[in-house]
Design a protein around this ligand. Sequence first.
Ligand code: PLP
Length: 363
Amino acid sequence: MQFVVEQHPNPTPAEQIAARLESPVFGRVFTDHMVTIRWSEASGWHDAKVEARRPFQIDPACAVLHYAQEIFEGMKAYRREDGSIALFRPDQNAKRFRASAARMSMAELPEELFMQAIEALVDIDQAWVPGGDGSLYIRPFMFANESFLGVRASAEYLFCVIACPVGPYFKSGKSAVTVWVSDQYTRAAPGGTGAAKCGGNYAASLIAQTEASAKGCDQVVFLDAAQHRWIEELGGMNVFFVMDDGSLVTPPLSGTILPGITRASIIDLARKEGIEVKETPYAFDSWREDAASGRVKEAFACGTAAVVTAIGEVRHAGGEFTIGDGGEGQVTRRIRTLLTGIQRGKEADPSNWVWKLKSTKQA
Ligand SMILES: *Cc1c(COP(=O)(O)O)cnc(C)c1O
């Protein structure tokens, strides 16, 4: 599909971009452009555009405002030392975006079109990709924008991509986070939308996140809805445990867990390193006992935004416990270094996960 490109009439001057890239707060600084593609029952995918980022005009009866048909993705572009720009496994985001659309009865964007949209935005806004530890966080999303009231799938969708330069995800710069294990709220139930990256899942998790903050915690750990016993994941990150025999344990993708691309990549990387990985259910009670006995040495959360983050302290309705010495353990550090090394071109990439942007202007 041909994208119509309408350059921003007043693009941000280079010195202002430089100032905004210095220490951007996550999700607050946006690049100059956006990509939009429309879908309707009558015309299919059409009207692909790269244009100045601007507010949408939507009708008060716009379907997403009432019935929450909305999905999104999160991925990053990295500036490498040679000035080139790389994406990490964007084909996997394209695939998952389609799967999320299918679950939410939305139009499925062809994977090539998703990729074209990402490349078009990063290309036009490449001056916004920070170097060093920073990256450009890319947010593709899609919502139902037919104007009507009535419970059925919308006959129109708007796909859009925006991007923001980001620094480290956790402001505190701590080496490990504290998590709250929610005993009251769950994130996903069998047959529900837990495996789809939809805004509604986040809406439902906010109350538990608020509770976590009130308990002095950074993140929530959700248990399964049926038995309230099995560890599933965090609000927006998957979870791994490092056992004393050196193996990794992570909950299996049972339909209630978001299939993280970071999760899948870590499983692959660890296995290539000769580390055993067990995708197996792990009970919260076992975690507590294993932390006390030393059978669990480390725990970490992973996702595109926060990459790999050690879990140091665990708080729950019955008390609290510490993992290892409460900081980042050796295995967690090794995996974080390997993964970020591949993303930034400092480690070999045997599985060809990295996609170089063809048109990068060399810095
Ligand atoms: C996006 C997301 C993740 C992490 O997925 P990545 O592809 O690794 O970024 C984990 N859990 C939830 C609920 C998510 O929405």
